[in-house]
Design a protein around this ligand. Sequence first.
Ligand SMILES: [Mg+2]
Length: 292
Amino acid sequence: MLGLWFELRGKILPAWKRPGRRGSASAARVITSRAEPRAANPGNPSDGGGSSAANAALSFRAGAALIAAMSKLPLRLALVPALLWLAAASPLPALEPSNLYPHKQELRAYVESGEYARSVADVALSANKYLVKRIHRGAKPGQKLAVVFDIDETALSNLPHILADDFGYIPRLWDAWVAEGQARAIVPIQTVYETAVRAKVDVFFITGRSEAQRAATERNLREVGYDTWTRIIYLPPGDTPPTMARFKTEARKRLTAEGYVIIANIGDQASDLVNGYADRTFKLPNPFYLAK
Ligand SMILES: [Mg+2]
């Protein structure tokens, strides 16, 4: 065994050490890179580690040179074993993601079966029960109680648009839909809203809709029965927050600094609800899209 090692080393090492030999230099580089963790973003083809295609080419040449050195075959005849070696050394191909079509069917069934509406109603019922009790407890001196609602898929439903576009998001069509102002009220959530309004609790809407969509949004809200609010906070013009969660968190933080106690925060996205500044959060289902 030891003899075999020295025999191999005698054939391989001289090849690595000779500068200017493409195959041998590549072999040394490949072996070094395999031993080190990749520090740069592997998805970035411009990173210092080189592209995966370049690495594959280096691996291939190195494999051919290595096998030629070991077997004393000419480089050309070593190509087949080198290919086999490359295939064995390459990472497994990514699994094919699940097909989109049955997933769309599943979403349609969720809506058409009434399961989506039932889930929304369950959350709204919990929020309303909590709100009635919490409002009954009242506010401490100097406190102003507030409830925060998101708009899309919380106060208003865009399901007709979502279904018409087959769950796609096309910004031009979405903007046209918002401008039409035809979104429907989500009635169970409207019940929660009315509980807050009747008790004179301040109502805030915090929405990812833009300031430019203010007029159409407020017309839509009023037409379906949301006609009272203290403020609607839109995404400011030109503002591109790193995430929706950051924008909404900052908005609630400012309300808290103004002396409001947000007793309930209701939305359909985790980004509506994370990072505090609310006593209770209520998450509505939304398997149709994701806003981070
Ligand atoms: Mg929403």
